[in-house]
Design a binder for this molecule. Sequence first.
Ligand code: 5GP
Length: 186
Amino acid sequence: MTEPLIVVVSGPGGVGKSTIVGRLVQRDPRLWLSRSWTTRDRRQGEPDDAYVFVDRESFERRVAAGGFLEWTEFLGNLYGTPDPEAPAGCDIVLEIEVDGAQQVKRRHPGALMLFVLPPTRSEQEVRLHRRGDPEHKVAERLRKAEEEEPVGRAIADHVIVNSDLDATVDAMLDLIHRARRSRAVG
Ligand code: 5GP
């Protein structure tokens, strides 16, 4: 059987990645969303299953055991993708930042790299505030976003500006279907 396609959705915080990937897996039952591990505290109102929330020691134990496809430190917390175990016949969606995206690209050059950008910085700022991040966190994440953008653009197969959620999801599903078709042919 062919290896699953790995779809990497990356982009700065506040761009709407979680909403986008949620819609992708809803719309295409052949997509399976990987659940990351993190040492970050759960945000107020964030679902329990947004991540596997662990302490640093558990995370580091898994790193030592070689149990992550990729992992990184992002603004003081560790985040990692456990070696994926997608159901048979499913393709894999990863919602990760750019350092992890680079690691996945190195290990799986055939991965489809999608980089999402906000329509404007101020729109991104509004979204970061809306999800309840305190002022200093918003500022930190906006700074980080500026660092991430050139790296993300450089490794992306496609850059998508998320001005309209439905249009973004449609465009991404179209790119995923094309990638599947080209693998089937090639
Ligand atoms: P947040 O704290 O806002 O949930 O996530 C911070 C950043 O880490 C976001 O860009 C998010 O996409 C990214 N992220 C989430 N899970 C992973 C992961 O498993 N690996 C990596 N490299 N980044 C992740």
